[in-house]
Design a protein around this ligand. Structure first.
Ligand SMILES: [Zn+2]
Ligand SMILES: [Zn+2]
Length: 254
């Protein structure tokens, strides 16, 4: 019973393999998946995919990399998607990414805040992407204390994790925790309150060990959960069930 809480299965790299990958879910223990929107087109396609499969849900949102390059009425489109399709359960992924130069911090903040306002209006949780932008991300999420938030693909340190948990955030971990140079995650995973974490592949990126370097897909979420279970000394099955329940509750999935 696994929930891949953040996958980009809408991308065209999966056009030939998508249904084949989904057909393997049962065998690899995946019972739920959320397709995270990153662009307007991806959000539309992800919402369609969710309509097609009972166990697939979707979030809709614009990733910070598109800041300054979004149609003027994008909020209207997102709102329409989120209100007309019951399988759309969150706004995301949204946030800040200062990793690649040049970036327009002001445009990213505007895009992030506008989508937080939309989530507030629609009473939906948000999926936050934050890369090399911790301080500014924190400043904005503090302005929305009423929103349920998950920090996806967590890449910060133990202090950051503590601060985010104290603010009421959930934290979601990818296959990065399985990488050999990822020693910091031992302390972070051991610190995480049992009811505040869940897991994701963020596919097609970040394939976990032992399949690192391949095109990632939701069937690999088991490797991430298994690694986390070994790290914190918990039984794999119980961690899988518990974190799936955490994510179901977060996204309001019955
Ligand atoms: Zn992301
Ligand atoms: Zn993502």
């Amino acid at each position: 019973m696994l929930f891949d809480t953040h996958a980009h299965l809408d991308g065209e790299e999966f056009d030939e393999s998508r249904e084949e990958i989904i057909a393997k879910f049962r065998e690899s223990g995946v019972s739920l998946m959320l397709n995270a929107g990153a662009s307007l087109e991806g959000s539309i396609n992800g919402a369609e995919l969710a309509k097609k499969h009972g166990f697939i849900y979707a979030s809709v949102g614009i990733h910070p990399e598109y800041a300054g390059n979004v149609p003027e009425d994008y909020l209207k489109t997102l709102k329409k998607l989120a209100t007309e399709n019951k399988k759309v359960v969150a706004i995301g992924e949204i946030g800040l990414d200062y990793h690649y130069e040049p970036y327009d911090a002001a445009a990213q903040k505007k895009l992030f805040k506008e989508q937080c306002e939309l989530a507030r209006e629609l009473k939906l949780p948000i999926i936050v992407h934050s890369r090399d932008a911790y301080a500014d991300t924190l400043e904005i999420i503090k302005q929305f204390p009423d929103l349920k938030k998950v920090i996806h693909c967590f890449s910060g340190n133990l202090e950051n994790a503590k601060e985010l948990v104290a603010l009421g955030c959930y934290i979601s971990f990818t296959g990065v925790i399985t990488f050999k140079n990822a020693k910091k995650f031992v302390d972070i995973l051991r610190f995480m309150p049992k009811d505040r974490l869940f897991f994701e592949t963020d596919c097609p990126y970040l394939a976990p060990e032992p399949v690192r370097g391949t095109v990632n897909d939701p069937n690999n979420v088991r490797y991430i959960v298994r690694h986390a279970a070994e790290t914190i000394g918990e039984d794999y099955e119980s961690l899988a069930v518990r974190t799936t329940e955490n994510a179901k509750e977060f996204f309001g999935i019955k």
